[in-house]
Design a protein around this ligand. Sequence first.
Ligand code: N01
Length: 540
Amino acid sequence: MTTAVDNAIEELDVLLVGAGFAGVYQLDRLRRLGYSVKIYEAGSDLGGIWYWNCYPGARVDTEGPIYQFSREDLWTDWEFSERYPGWREVRQYFDHLEHKLDIKKDVRFDTRVEGADFDSERNQWVVRTTDGRTARCTFLVPCLGFASRPHIPDIPGLDSFRGECHHTAWWPQQGLDFTGKRVAVIGTGASGVQVIQEAARDAADLTVFQRTPNLALPMHQKTLTPEDQQTIKASLPRRFEDRISTFAGFDFDFLPSNAVDLSPEERTAGYEQAWQYGGFKFWLGVYQDTLFDPASNDHAYAFWRDKVRARIKDTELADKLAPMEAPHPFGVKRPSLEQNYYDLYNQDNVHLVDVAENPIDAVTPAGIRTRDGVEHAVDVIVLATGFDSVSGGLTQLNLVGTDGTLLRDKWADGIDAHLGMMTAGFPNMIFLYGPQSPSGFCNGPTCAELQGEMVIEMIEHVTKSGKARIEPTPDADEAWSQHVRELIEPTLFPLAKSWYMGANIPGKAIQSLNYPGGLISYRTKYAEAKDRDYAGFIVS
Ligand code: N01
Protein backbone atom coordinates (compact mmCIF):
# COMPACT_ATOMS: atom_id res chain seq x y z
CA MET A 1 0.00 0.00 0.00
CA THR A 2 3.06 2.24 0.10
CA THR A 3 2.96 4.79 -2.68
CA ALA A 4 5.94 6.54 -4.18
CA VAL A 5 5.28 10.24 -4.68
CA ASP A 6 7.45 12.27 -7.06
CA ASN A 7 9.61 9.18 -7.40
CA ALA A 8 11.35 10.13 -4.21
CA ILE A 9 8.83 10.79 -1.48
CA GLU A 10 7.44 7.82 0.37
CA GLU A 11 3.91 8.43 1.61
CA LEU A 12 2.73 6.43 4.63
CA ASP A 13 0.05 6.35 7.27
CA VAL A 14 2.61 5.69 9.97
CA LEU A 15 6.37 6.02 10.01
CA LEU A 16 8.08 4.24 12.90
CA VAL A 17 11.62 5.17 13.82
CA GLY A 18 13.67 2.34 15.30
CA ALA A 19 13.49 -1.45 14.88
CA GLY A 20 13.74 -2.65 18.48
CA PHE A 21 10.96 -4.26 20.48
CA ALA A 22 8.63 -1.25 20.23
CA GLY A 23 9.09 -0.72 16.49
CA VAL A 24 8.64 -4.40 15.65
CA TYR A 25 5.49 -4.61 17.76
CA GLN A 26 3.99 -1.49 16.17
CA LEU A 27 4.82 -2.57 12.64
CA ASP A 28 3.19 -5.94 13.01
CA ARG A 29 0.04 -4.61 14.71
CA LEU A 30 -0.49 -1.60 12.45
CA ARG A 31 0.14 -3.57 9.29
CA ARG A 32 -2.52 -6.09 10.34
CA LEU A 33 -4.95 -3.21 10.91
CA GLY A 34 -4.43 -2.14 7.32
CA TYR A 35 -2.19 0.89 7.75
CA SER A 36 0.65 1.60 5.37
CA VAL A 37 3.61 1.60 7.71
CA LYS A 38 7.39 1.36 7.59
CA ILE A 39 10.27 1.42 10.01
CA TYR A 40 13.30 3.60 9.36
CA GLU A 41 16.25 2.16 11.26
CA ALA A 42 19.75 3.59 11.44
CA GLY A 43 21.31 0.17 12.10
CA SER A 44 21.72 -2.66 9.61
CA ASP A 45 19.50 -5.20 11.35
CA LEU A 46 16.62 -5.59 13.78
CA GLY A 47 17.24 -5.33 17.53
CA GLY A 48 17.37 -1.64 18.42
CA ILE A 49 19.51 -1.39 21.53
CA TRP A 50 20.65 -4.99 20.99
CA TYR A 51 21.99 -4.06 17.58
CA TRP A 52 24.12 -1.19 18.84
CA ASN A 53 25.19 -2.46 22.27
CA CYS A 54 27.14 -5.55 21.17
CA TYR A 55 30.03 -4.94 23.56
CA PRO A 56 31.54 -7.95 25.36
CA GLY A 57 29.26 -9.00 28.19
CA ALA A 58 26.12 -7.09 27.09
CA ARG A 59 23.27 -8.96 28.67
CA VAL A 60 19.63 -8.59 29.66
CA ASP A 61 18.92 -7.69 33.29
CA THR A 62 15.36 -9.07 33.15
CA GLU A 63 14.77 -12.79 33.31
CA GLY A 64 14.60 -14.13 29.74
CA PRO A 65 11.12 -15.71 29.96
CA ILE A 66 9.49 -12.32 30.45
CA TYR A 67 11.92 -10.53 28.13
CA GLN A 68 9.88 -11.51 25.09
CA PHE A 69 6.47 -10.83 23.62
CA SER A 70 3.51 -12.48 25.31
CA ARG A 71 1.75 -13.69 22.15
CA GLU A 72 1.43 -17.44 22.35
CA ASP A 73 2.39 -18.09 18.73
CA LEU A 74 5.64 -16.24 19.43
CA TRP A 75 6.63 -17.89 22.71
CA THR A 76 5.55 -21.52 22.17
CA ASP A 77 8.57 -22.33 20.03
CA TRP A 78 11.08 -19.95 21.54
CA GLU A 79 13.35 -20.38 24.55
CA PHE A 80 16.39 -18.52 25.86
CA SER A 81 19.19 -20.83 26.97
CA GLU A 82 20.18 -18.77 30.03
CA ARG A 83 18.23 -17.15 32.84
CA TYR A 84 19.63 -13.75 31.75
CA PRO A 85 20.30 -13.95 28.00
CA GLY A 86 23.29 -12.34 26.34
CA TRP A 87 23.07 -9.95 23.39
CA ARG A 88 23.72 -12.64 20.78
CA GLU A 89 20.75 -14.63 21.94
CA VAL A 90 18.50 -11.56 22.01
CA ARG A 91 19.50 -10.99 18.40
CA GLN A 92 18.49 -14.58 17.69
CA TYR A 93 15.13 -13.77 19.24
CA PHE A 94 14.76 -10.96 16.71
CA ASP A 95 15.59 -13.50 13.97
CA HIS A 96 12.78 -15.61 15.42
CA LEU A 97 10.43 -12.61 15.23
CA GLU A 98 11.47 -12.04 11.65
CA HIS A 99 10.78 -15.67 10.82
CA LYS A 100 7.31 -15.44 12.40
CA LEU A 101 6.26 -11.93 11.46
CA ASP A 102 8.14 -11.10 8.25
CA ILE A 103 9.15 -7.70 9.58
CA LYS A 104 12.18 -6.80 7.47
CA LYS A 105 10.36 -6.35 4.21
CA ASP A 106 8.94 -3.13 5.70
CA VAL A 107 12.12 -1.85 7.31
CA ARG A 108 14.55 0.53 5.66
CA PHE A 109 17.85 -0.25 7.34
CA ASP A 110 20.89 2.06 7.37
CA THR A 111 18.40 4.91 7.25
CA ARG A 112 18.86 7.55 9.92
CA VAL A 113 16.13 10.12 10.47
CA GLU A 114 17.74 13.54 10.85
CA GLY A 115 14.68 15.74 11.13
CA ALA A 116 11.00 16.31 10.48
CA ASP A 117 8.57 19.22 10.09
CA PHE A 118 4.82 19.16 10.45
CA ASP A 119 2.95 20.25 7.34
CA SER A 120 -0.20 21.82 8.80
CA GLU A 121 -1.86 22.11 5.40
CA ARG A 122 -1.82 18.38 4.80
CA ASN A 123 -1.57 17.29 8.44
CA GLN A 124 1.49 15.22 7.74
CA TRP A 125 5.01 14.95 9.02
CA VAL A 126 7.66 15.51 6.39
CA VAL A 127 10.58 13.39 7.48
CA ARG A 128 14.15 13.69 6.19
CA THR A 129 16.90 11.12 6.44
CA THR A 130 20.65 11.60 6.32
CA ASP A 131 20.85 9.79 2.97
CA GLY A 132 18.51 12.29 1.35
CA ARG A 133 15.27 10.35 1.53
CA THR A 134 11.99 12.16 2.28
CA ALA A 135 8.85 10.58 3.65
CA ARG A 136 5.42 11.99 4.38
CA CYS A 137 3.40 10.33 7.10
CA THR A 138 0.20 11.06 8.99
CA PHE A 139 1.64 9.70 12.23
CA LEU A 140 5.27 9.77 13.27
CA VAL A 141 5.99 7.25 16.00
CA PRO A 142 9.53 7.34 17.38
CA CYS A 143 10.38 3.95 18.93
CA LEU A 144 13.83 4.96 20.09
CA GLY A 145 14.12 3.27 23.47
CA PHE A 146 15.57 5.20 26.38
CA ALA A 147 19.22 4.80 25.46
CA SER A 148 19.69 5.74 21.83
CA ARG A 149 21.89 8.76 22.35
CA PRO A 150 25.28 7.81 23.81
CA HIS A 151 27.00 10.28 26.13
CA ILE A 152 30.65 10.98 25.41
CA PRO A 153 32.14 13.11 28.18
CA ASP A 154 34.13 16.14 27.23
CA ILE A 155 37.60 14.81 28.11
CA PRO A 156 40.51 16.82 26.66
CA GLY A 157 42.60 14.88 24.17
CA LEU A 158 40.08 12.09 23.53
CA ASP A 159 40.64 12.39 19.78
CA SER A 160 44.41 12.14 20.17
CA PHE A 161 44.35 8.56 21.48
CA ARG A 162 46.30 6.23 19.18
CA GLY A 163 44.71 2.97 20.35
CA GLU A 164 41.11 1.84 19.94
CA CYS A 165 38.46 3.84 21.75
CA HIS A 166 34.76 2.92 21.63
CA HIS A 167 31.61 3.84 23.46
CA THR A 168 29.75 0.68 24.52
CA ALA A 169 26.74 1.72 22.42
CA TRP A 170 28.82 2.18 19.26
CA TRP A 171 30.73 -1.06 19.63
CA PRO A 172 32.29 -2.43 16.43
CA GLN A 173 29.93 -5.01 14.94
CA GLN A 174 32.90 -7.25 14.14
CA GLY A 175 33.83 -7.31 17.86
CA LEU A 176 37.05 -6.43 19.65
CA ASP A 177 39.20 -9.03 21.35
CA PHE A 178 40.67 -7.89 24.68
CA THR A 179 43.07 -10.84 24.90
CA GLY A 180 46.54 -9.73 25.96
CA LYS A 181 45.65 -6.02 25.73
CA ARG A 182 45.86 -3.22 28.27
CA VAL A 183 42.29 -2.03 28.66
CA ALA A 184 40.80 1.02 30.37
CA VAL A 185 37.10 1.23 31.18
CA ILE A 186 35.65 4.63 32.07
CA GLY A 187 32.33 4.30 33.86
CA THR A 188 30.86 1.69 36.18
CA GLY A 189 27.14 1.68 35.32
CA ALA A 190 25.45 -1.45 33.95
CA SER A 191 27.46 -1.32 30.72
CA GLY A 192 30.71 -0.77 32.63
CA VAL A 193 30.10 -3.66 35.03
CA GLN A 194 29.35 -6.02 32.16
CA VAL A 195 32.35 -5.07 30.04
CA ILE A 196 34.66 -5.05 33.09
CA GLN A 197 33.73 -8.66 33.88
CA GLU A 198 34.83 -9.70 30.38
CA ALA A 199 37.95 -7.54 30.28
CA ALA A 200 39.13 -8.78 33.68
CA ARG A 201 39.10 -12.30 32.29
CA ASP A 202 40.76 -11.62 28.92
CA ALA A 203 42.90 -8.50 29.16
CA ALA A 204 46.54 -8.50 30.21
CA ASP A 205 45.77 -5.49 32.35
CA LEU A 206 42.53 -3.70 33.20
CA THR A 207 42.20 -0.25 34.74
CA VAL A 208 38.73 0.79 35.84
CA PHE A 209 38.02 4.52 36.20
CA GLN A 210 35.20 4.73 38.75
CA ARG A 211 33.43 7.97 39.71
CA THR A 212 30.58 6.43 41.71
CA PRO A 213 30.51 2.85 42.97
CA ASN A 214 27.83 0.66 41.42
CA LEU A 215 25.57 -0.92 44.03
CA ALA A 216 25.24 -4.05 41.89
CA LEU A 217 23.16 -7.09 42.72
CA PRO A 218 23.89 -10.80 42.25
CA MET A 219 22.56 -12.11 38.96
CA HIS A 220 22.64 -15.81 39.87
CA GLN A 221 23.02 -16.63 36.21
CA LYS A 222 22.03 -20.11 35.20
CA THR A 223 22.06 -22.22 32.06
CA LEU A 224 18.52 -23.51 31.72
CA THR A 225 18.03 -27.28 31.59
CA PRO A 226 15.25 -29.03 29.62
CA GLU A 227 13.37 -29.42 32.94
CA ASP A 228 13.75 -25.67 33.61
CA GLN A 229 12.40 -24.94 30.14
CA GLN A 230 9.38 -27.13 30.76
CA THR A 231 8.61 -25.40 34.04
CA ILE A 232 9.09 -21.99 32.41
CA LYS A 233 6.75 -22.83 29.53
CA ALA A 234 4.06 -23.99 31.93
CA SER A 235 4.34 -20.80 33.98
CA LEU A 236 4.52 -18.32 31.11
CA PRO A 237 0.84 -17.39 30.76
CA ARG A 238 0.70 -16.58 34.48
CA ARG A 239 3.99 -14.67 34.39
CA PHE A 240 2.84 -12.56 31.45
CA GLU A 241 -0.39 -11.87 33.31
CA ASP A 242 1.54 -10.89 36.45
CA ARG A 243 3.61 -8.28 34.55
CA ILE A 244 0.50 -6.19 34.02
CA SER A 245 -0.18 -5.80 37.71
CA THR A 246 3.25 -4.85 39.01
CA PHE A 247 5.17 -1.61 39.39
CA ALA A 248 7.76 -2.23 36.70
CA GLY A 249 6.32 -4.84 34.35
CA PHE A 250 8.18 -7.69 36.02
CA ASP A 251 6.48 -10.73 37.48
CA PHE A 252 7.18 -9.72 41.09
CA ASP A 253 6.50 -6.63 43.14
CA PHE A 254 7.42 -4.82 46.35
CA LEU A 255 6.56 -6.55 49.63
CA PRO A 256 3.55 -4.95 51.32
CA SER A 257 5.48 -4.44 54.59
CA ASN A 258 7.79 -1.60 55.62
CA ALA A 259 11.35 -2.49 56.62
CA VAL A 260 11.21 -0.05 59.53
CA ASP A 261 8.25 -1.87 61.09
CA LEU A 262 10.03 -5.22 61.30
CA SER A 263 12.42 -6.69 63.83
CA PRO A 264 16.04 -6.87 62.63
CA GLU A 265 15.68 -10.65 62.27
CA GLU A 266 12.50 -10.43 60.20
CA ARG A 267 13.96 -7.68 58.05
CA THR A 268 17.16 -9.57 57.37
CA ALA A 269 15.26 -12.72 56.52
CA GLY A 270 13.34 -10.79 53.83
CA TYR A 271 16.52 -9.28 52.41
CA GLU A 272 18.23 -12.68 52.41
CA GLN A 273 15.37 -14.27 50.53
CA ALA A 274 15.45 -11.60 47.83
CA TRP A 275 19.26 -11.81 47.66
CA GLN A 276 19.19 -15.56 47.17
CA TYR A 277 16.54 -15.27 44.46
CA GLY A 278 18.85 -12.88 42.61
CA GLY A 279 18.35 -10.13 40.04
CA PHE A 280 16.14 -7.15 40.73
CA LYS A 281 14.25 -8.87 43.58
CA PHE A 282 16.49 -7.09 46.09
CA TRP A 283 15.58 -3.78 44.41
CA LEU A 284 11.92 -3.98 43.31
CA GLY A 285 10.83 -7.02 45.32
CA VAL A 286 11.75 -5.96 48.88
CA TYR A 287 10.06 -3.70 51.40
CA GLN A 288 7.80 -1.04 49.92
CA ASP A 289 9.38 1.79 51.96
CA THR A 290 12.92 1.16 50.61
CA LEU A 291 12.80 3.92 48.02
CA PHE A 292 10.92 6.38 50.26
CA ASP A 293 12.20 6.16 53.81
CA PRO A 294 15.87 6.96 54.50
CA ALA A 295 15.91 4.68 57.54
CA SER A 296 14.58 1.74 55.53
CA ASN A 297 17.00 2.52 52.74
CA ASP A 298 19.91 2.51 55.22
CA HIS A 299 18.95 -1.03 56.24
CA ALA A 300 18.98 -2.18 52.62
CA TYR A 301 22.31 -0.50 51.99
CA ALA A 302 23.91 -2.01 55.10
CA PHE A 303 22.80 -5.49 54.05
CA TRP A 304 24.15 -4.95 50.52
CA ARG A 305 27.43 -3.44 51.76
CA ASP A 306 28.20 -6.27 54.18
CA LYS A 307 27.51 -8.92 51.52
CA VAL A 308 29.78 -7.19 49.02
CA ARG A 309 32.63 -6.22 51.34
CA ALA A 310 32.97 -9.85 52.39
CA ARG A 311 34.08 -10.60 48.81
CA ILE A 312 36.83 -7.97 48.55
CA LYS A 313 40.18 -8.83 50.15
CA ASP A 314 41.75 -5.36 50.24
CA THR A 315 40.05 -3.00 52.72
CA GLU A 316 41.00 0.13 50.78
CA LEU A 317 39.42 -1.34 47.65
CA ALA A 318 36.36 -2.35 49.66
CA ASP A 319 36.08 1.26 50.86
CA LYS A 320 35.96 2.38 47.21
CA LEU A 321 33.62 -0.30 45.88
CA ALA A 322 31.27 -0.68 48.84
CA PRO A 323 31.92 2.24 51.20
CA MET A 324 30.81 2.10 54.83
CA GLU A 325 28.65 5.20 54.18
CA ALA A 326 26.25 4.89 51.24
CA PRO A 327 27.38 7.09 48.30
CA HIS A 328 23.67 7.74 47.63
CA PRO A 329 20.48 5.98 48.69
CA PHE A 330 20.32 2.39 47.55
CA GLY A 331 18.31 1.76 44.38
CA VAL A 332 17.84 5.34 43.21
CA LYS A 333 20.48 4.78 40.58
CA ARG A 334 19.61 1.67 38.65
CA PRO A 335 21.49 -1.27 40.17
CA SER A 336 23.32 -3.54 37.75
CA LEU A 337 23.35 -7.30 37.87
CA GLU A 338 26.78 -8.81 38.39
CA GLN A 339 28.32 -12.26 38.29
CA ASN A 340 31.88 -11.84 39.59
CA TYR A 341 32.17 -8.06 39.60
CA TYR A 342 33.46 -7.59 43.16
CA ASP A 343 35.66 -10.71 43.17
CA LEU A 344 37.55 -9.66 40.06
CA TYR A 345 39.09 -6.73 41.94
CA ASN A 346 41.07 -9.33 43.89
CA GLN A 347 42.96 -10.20 40.67
CA ASP A 348 46.47 -8.82 40.11
CA ASN A 349 45.65 -7.62 36.57
CA VAL A 350 42.78 -5.36 37.73
CA HIS A 351 43.27 -1.82 39.08
CA LEU A 352 40.78 0.77 40.25
CA VAL A 353 41.21 4.52 39.89
CA ASP A 354 38.77 6.63 41.90
CA VAL A 355 38.12 9.59 39.60
CA ALA A 356 35.97 11.31 42.20
CA GLU A 357 39.20 11.75 44.17
CA ASN A 358 41.69 11.75 41.31
CA PRO A 359 39.92 12.99 38.14
CA ILE A 360 40.90 12.27 34.57
CA ASP A 361 42.80 15.32 33.31
CA ALA A 362 43.27 14.22 29.73
CA VAL A 363 43.46 11.39 27.28
CA THR A 364 46.89 11.28 25.69
CA PRO A 365 48.02 9.43 22.54
CA ALA A 366 49.19 6.59 24.80
CA GLY A 367 46.55 6.44 27.49
CA ILE A 368 44.80 8.34 30.28
CA ARG A 369 46.42 10.96 32.52
CA THR A 370 44.93 11.54 35.94
CA ARG A 371 45.21 14.58 38.23
CA ASP A 372 48.05 12.97 40.23
CA GLY A 373 50.20 13.14 37.06
CA VAL A 374 50.17 9.39 36.41
CA GLU A 375 49.74 8.36 32.78
CA HIS A 376 47.94 5.03 32.53
CA ALA A 377 49.23 3.53 29.27
CA VAL A 378 46.56 1.43 27.53
CA ASP A 379 45.75 -0.13 24.16
CA VAL A 380 41.96 0.15 24.39
CA ILE A 381 39.66 2.71 26.02
CA VAL A 382 36.06 1.67 26.64
CA LEU A 383 33.71 4.57 27.22
CA ALA A 384 30.97 3.04 29.37
CA THR A 385 29.75 6.55 30.09
CA GLY A 386 26.05 6.10 29.53
CA PHE A 387 23.44 8.00 27.60
CA ASP A 388 21.50 11.20 27.29
CA SER A 389 18.72 8.93 28.46
CA VAL A 390 15.01 8.85 27.79
CA SER A 391 14.69 12.25 26.07
CA GLY A 392 18.04 12.41 24.22
CA GLY A 393 16.91 10.16 21.37
CA LEU A 394 14.04 12.53 20.59
CA THR A 395 15.87 15.80 21.11
CA GLN A 396 18.76 14.80 18.85
CA LEU A 397 16.29 14.58 15.96
CA ASN A 398 15.54 17.96 14.43
CA LEU A 399 11.82 17.83 15.04
CA VAL A 400 10.07 21.11 14.29
CA GLY A 401 6.61 21.75 15.71
CA THR A 402 3.70 23.75 14.31
CA ASP A 403 5.03 27.08 15.59
CA GLY A 404 8.50 26.49 14.15
CA THR A 405 10.07 25.51 17.48
CA LEU A 406 12.56 22.67 17.66
CA LEU A 407 11.60 19.98 20.17
CA ARG A 408 15.01 20.23 21.81
CA ASP A 409 14.49 23.99 22.33
CA LYS A 410 11.00 23.46 23.67
CA TRP A 411 12.37 20.97 26.21
CA ALA A 412 15.61 22.80 26.99
CA ASP A 413 14.41 23.86 30.44
CA GLY A 414 12.43 20.71 31.14
CA ILE A 415 10.11 18.23 29.54
CA ASP A 416 6.31 18.39 29.50
CA ALA A 417 4.59 15.47 27.79
CA HIS A 418 0.98 14.52 28.39
CA LEU A 419 0.79 10.88 29.52
CA GLY A 420 4.43 10.62 28.50
CA MET A 421 3.33 10.08 24.91
CA MET A 422 2.83 13.41 23.17
CA THR A 423 3.70 17.08 23.60
CA ALA A 424 1.79 20.20 22.55
CA GLY A 425 2.73 21.73 19.21
CA PHE A 426 3.85 18.38 17.78
CA PRO A 427 0.61 16.87 16.46
CA ASN A 428 0.47 13.23 15.44
CA MET A 429 3.91 12.53 16.93
CA ILE A 430 3.35 9.79 19.48
CA PHE A 431 6.45 8.45 21.18
CA LEU A 432 6.95 5.12 22.86
CA TYR A 433 9.13 4.42 25.90
CA GLY A 434 9.82 8.15 26.05
CA PRO A 435 9.97 10.89 28.70
CA GLN A 436 7.42 10.90 31.52
CA SER A 437 6.20 7.41 30.63
CA PRO A 438 7.26 4.32 32.65
CA SER A 439 10.18 3.90 30.22
CA GLY A 440 13.33 3.27 32.29
CA PHE A 441 11.18 1.92 35.13
CA CYS A 442 9.55 -0.72 32.96
CA ASN A 443 10.62 -3.94 31.32
CA GLY A 444 11.08 -3.15 27.60
CA PRO A 445 8.99 -5.86 25.90
CA THR A 446 6.20 -5.35 28.46
CA CYS A 447 6.08 -1.64 27.67
CA ALA A 448 6.32 -2.28 23.92
CA GLU A 449 3.09 -4.25 24.23
CA LEU A 450 1.16 -2.29 26.86
CA GLN A 451 2.08 1.24 25.88
CA GLY A 452 2.20 0.03 22.28
CA GLU A 453 -1.52 -0.77 22.46
CA MET A 454 -2.20 2.75 23.76
CA VAL A 455 -0.46 4.26 20.74
CA ILE A 456 -2.46 2.04 18.41
CA GLU A 457 -5.71 2.99 20.15
CA MET A 458 -4.89 6.67 19.74
CA ILE A 459 -4.14 6.27 16.05
CA GLU A 460 -7.35 4.27 15.60
CA HIS A 461 -9.33 6.87 17.53
CA VAL A 462 -8.22 9.66 15.20
CA THR A 463 -8.55 7.64 12.02
CA LYS A 464 -11.91 6.07 12.77
CA SER A 465 -13.46 9.36 13.86
CA GLY A 466 -12.51 10.78 10.48
CA LYS A 467 -10.24 13.37 12.08
CA ALA A 468 -6.80 14.36 10.91
CA ARG A 469 -4.77 15.23 13.96
CA ILE A 470 -4.32 14.80 17.66
CA GLU A 471 -2.19 16.75 20.08
CA PRO A 472 -2.25 17.53 23.78
CA THR A 473 -3.03 20.95 25.19
CA PRO A 474 -0.19 22.83 26.92
CA ASP A 475 -2.26 22.64 30.13
CA ALA A 476 -2.47 18.87 29.91
CA ASP A 477 1.30 18.67 29.37
CA GLU A 478 1.93 20.85 32.41
CA ALA A 479 -0.57 18.94 34.54
CA TRP A 480 1.17 15.67 33.70
CA SER A 481 4.56 17.14 34.62
CA GLN A 482 3.10 18.36 37.89
CA HIS A 483 1.74 14.86 38.55
CA VAL A 484 5.19 13.37 37.84
CA ARG A 485 6.80 15.93 40.18
CA GLU A 486 4.35 15.11 42.95
CA LEU A 487 5.11 11.42 42.58
CA ILE A 488 8.90 11.78 42.63
CA GLU A 489 9.16 14.32 45.47
CA PRO A 490 8.40 11.95 48.37
CA THR A 491 10.88 9.37 47.02
CA LEU A 492 14.65 9.23 47.49
CA PHE A 493 15.31 9.43 43.73
CA PRO A 494 16.09 13.18 43.69
CA LEU A 495 19.00 12.52 46.10
CA ALA A 496 21.27 10.93 43.48
CA LYS A 497 22.83 12.29 40.31
CA SER A 498 21.35 9.68 38.05
CA TRP A 499 20.14 9.37 34.49
CA TYR A 500 16.67 8.80 35.95
CA MET A 501 16.74 12.48 36.90
CA GLY A 502 18.67 13.72 33.85
CA ALA A 503 21.53 14.57 36.20
CA ASN A 504 24.21 12.61 34.34
CA ILE A 505 24.29 15.09 31.44
CA PRO A 506 25.91 18.46 32.10
CA GLY A 507 23.34 21.25 31.69
CA LYS A 508 20.31 18.99 31.36
CA ALA A 509 17.25 20.02 33.38
CA ILE A 510 16.84 17.96 36.55
CA GLN A 511 13.48 16.24 36.66
CA SER A 512 12.09 12.74 36.76
CA LEU A 513 12.44 11.55 33.19
CA ASN A 514 10.33 8.47 33.86
CA TYR A 515 6.83 8.10 35.22
CA PRO A 516 7.48 7.09 38.84
CA GLY A 517 3.95 5.95 39.73
CA GLY A 518 4.32 2.42 38.38
CA LEU A 519 2.69 0.64 35.50
CA ILE A 520 -0.67 0.07 37.18
CA SER A 521 -1.18 3.73 37.94
CA TYR A 522 0.08 4.70 34.48
CA ARG A 523 -2.40 2.40 32.77
CA THR A 524 -5.20 3.74 34.97
CA LYS A 525 -4.35 7.33 34.06
CA TYR A 526 -4.36 6.47 30.37
CA ALA A 527 -7.69 4.61 30.68
CA GLU A 528 -9.24 7.59 32.50
CA ALA A 529 -8.16 9.97 29.71
CA LYS A 530 -9.43 7.57 27.06
CA ASP A 531 -12.77 7.11 28.80
CA ARG A 532 -13.20 10.87 28.82
CA ASP A 533 -12.77 10.98 25.04
CA TYR A 534 -9.01 11.45 25.26
CA ALA A 535 -9.12 14.20 27.85
CA GLY A 536 -6.21 16.60 27.53
CA PHE A 537 -5.92 16.00 23.78
CA ILE A 538 -7.38 18.05 20.97
CA VAL A 539 -8.59 15.83 18.16
CA SER A 540 -9.39 17.95 15.14
O1 N01 B 1 25.21 4.15 31.81
P1 N01 B 1 25.18 4.80 33.27
P2 N01 B 1 25.19 2.62 31.41
N1 N01 B 1 34.12 10.61 34.06
O2 N01 B 1 24.76 6.21 33.07
C1 N01 B 1 30.32 7.28 34.45
C2 N01 B 1 20.66 0.18 30.79
N2 N01 B 1 21.58 -0.91 30.54
O3 N01 B 1 25.38 2.55 29.94
O4 N01 B 1 27.76 7.35 38.21
C3 N01 B 1 34.04 9.46 34.72
O5 N01 B 1 24.42 3.97 34.22
C4 N01 B 1 29.18 7.41 35.41
O6 N01 B 1 29.62 7.88 36.66
P3 N01 B 1 28.56 8.52 37.71
C5 N01 B 1 20.40 0.22 32.26
O7 N01 B 1 19.08 0.62 32.49
C6 N01 B 1 21.08 -2.14 30.74
O8 N01 B 1 26.08 1.82 32.22
O9 N01 B 1 27.72 9.46 36.90
N3 N01 B 1 32.95 8.66 34.73
C7 N01 B 1 28.67 5.97 35.44
O10 N01 B 1 29.45 5.16 36.25
C8 N01 B 1 21.36 1.25 32.73
O11 N01 B 1 21.01 1.85 33.94
C9 N01 B 1 21.88 -3.20 30.59
O12 N01 B 1 29.39 9.18 38.71
C10 N01 B 1 31.90 9.09 34.02
C11 N01 B 1 28.87 5.53 33.99
O13 N01 B 1 29.83 6.41 33.42
C12 N01 B 1 21.36 2.21 31.56
O14 N01 B 1 21.25 1.40 30.42
C13 N01 B 1 23.21 -3.05 30.25
C14 N01 B 1 31.91 10.28 33.30
C15 N01 B 1 27.61 5.62 33.18
O15 N01 B 1 26.68 4.75 33.72
C16 N01 B 1 22.62 3.01 31.44
O16 N01 B 1 23.73 2.19 31.75
C17 N01 B 1 23.70 -1.78 30.04
C18 N01 B 1 33.09 11.07 33.34
N4 N01 B 1 33.15 12.24 32.70
C19 N01 B 1 22.87 -0.73 30.19
N5 N01 B 1 30.72 10.43 32.70
C20 N01 B 1 21.28 -4.51 30.85
O17 N01 B 1 21.76 -5.25 31.65
C21 N01 B 1 29.98 9.34 33.05
N6 N01 B 1 30.71 8.53 33.85
C22 N01 B 1 20.03 -4.82 30.15
